[in-house]
Design a protein around this ligand. Structure first.
Ligand SMILES: [Zn+2]
Length: 272
C-alpha cells in the first residue's frame, strides 16, 4: 500500500494487484477483483474522511486501519460505480453514509451472492450535477455512462477529478482497453462520455485503477487511446480484430485479448 498525498488533506491509497490471480472469472460484469491494481481516494476534514470507492475488503481494511491510527474516521463513501471491485469493501465501513448514482441497482445485485439481500442503511441517491459539502471541501458529481450506466465522475475542490473506471491502467503505466458495459447503448454512451471528459481541463486525474494522471498530455493520451478503440469497435462491430482497434503498440496494453473478447460479447448481445 502506498499513500499518494495530492494535498495535505487529499490522499490516494494505491494498491498493487495480486499477480497470481487469474482472469477465469471474467464474465457478465463480474471480474476477479484481486487482479487489479486499485485505488481508494480519501478526502480529509479534521478527524473525518470521505472516501471515493471502497475497493475490495482486504484493501478497505488496510485503509480503515491506517486512518484509525491517524485518529480519522470514515464518515462517507461515494461509489464511482457498483462493480464488485469498487463496493466490496463497504462492509468494513458499516457506519458510513454511502452515495451512488441512480440505475445502480443492477450492478449492485450482480455484485452480491443470491442469498444476500442486504440493503444500504444510510444511502443517498445522487443526481447529475449534485453537490456534496464535506467539511471545508466542495464536491460535485456527474454521470458519464458507458463502463456502467451509473458511472460517476467526481470533482473535488475544483482541482481534482476522479473518473472511476472510465480509463483503466495498471500502476506500471500499461493501458487496459475500456470495458464496455452490458447495458444497451453502452458503446455509444462510452464514446460520448470520453468526448465530454476531453472538455475538462484538470491537470490531476485519479483513476479507479492505476497511477494518478498528471498533466494534460498524459490525460489526453489515455483518453485518445480509449476513444480510438471504442470508435473502431463501433465502426467495425462484432468482427473487429484487435490489431485494427488499438492505438499504439499492443505491448503497451495489458490483458488486451481478454478485454477485447469481453467487449465483443457485450456488444454482440445488442445486435441480436
Ligand atoms: Zn474497477
Amino acid at each position: 500500500m502506498n499513500i499518494i498525498r495530492l494535498k495535505d488533506d487529499i490522499w490516494v491509497y494505491s494498491f498493487d494487484s495480486d499477480e497470481s490471480a487469474d482472469l477465469t472469472t471474467l464474465g457478465d460484469g463480474i471480474r476477479n477483483s484481486a487482479n487489479f491494481d486499485a485505488n481508494i481516494m480519501a478526502i480529509i476534514d479534521n478527524d473525518n474522511a470521505l472516501l471515493i470507492d471502497s475497493s475490495i475488503q482486504k484493501y478497505a481494511y488496510q485503509v480503515k486501519n491506517d486512518l484509525k491510527e491517524k485518529g480519522i474516521t470514515v464518515k462517507s463513501i461515494i461509489f464511482s460505480h457498483f462493480h464488485t471491485d469498487h463496493i466490496e469493501g463497504r462492509v468494513i465501513f458499516q457506519d458510513a453514509h454511502f452515495y451512488g448514482y441512480e440505475k445502480y441497482e443492477d450492478n449492485f445485485k450482480r455484485s452480491r451472492s443470491s442469498e444476500n439481500t442486504e440493503n444500504f442503511v444510510r444511502f443517498t441517491l445522487l443526481k447529475n450535477g449534485d453537490k456534496i459539502k464535506f467539511g471545508h471541501h466542495h464536491i460535485k458529481v456527474f454521470n458519464l455512462p458507458g463502463h456502467t450506466a451509473e458511472s460517476l465522475i467526481t470533482i473535488i475542490d475544483r482541482q481534482f477529478l476522479h473518473i472511476g473506471d472510465l480509463l483503466i491502467m495498471n500502476n506500471a503505466g500499461k493501458y487496459y482497453l475500456p470495458l464496455v458495459g452490458i447495458e444497451q447503448d453502452s458503446l455509444e454512451n462510452y464514446i460520448e462520455s470520453l468526448k465530454k471528459l476531453q472538455e475538462y481541463s484538470f491537470s490531476t486525474v485519479i483513476l479507479g485503477h492505476g497511477p494518478v494522471l498528471m498533466g494534460k498530455n498524459q490525460i489526453n493520451e489515455s483518453i485518445e487511446r480509449n476513444l480510438y478503440y471504442l470508435t473502431k469497435l463501433k465502426e467495425i462491430g462484432a468482427n473487429a480484430e484487435i490489431s485494427n482497434c488499438v492505438k499504439g503498440n499492443l505491448d503497451e496494453y495489458i490483458h488486451v485479448n481478454e478485454y477485447h473478447q469481453q467487449n465483443l460479447n457485450n456488444i454482440t448481445k445488442h445486435y441480436n
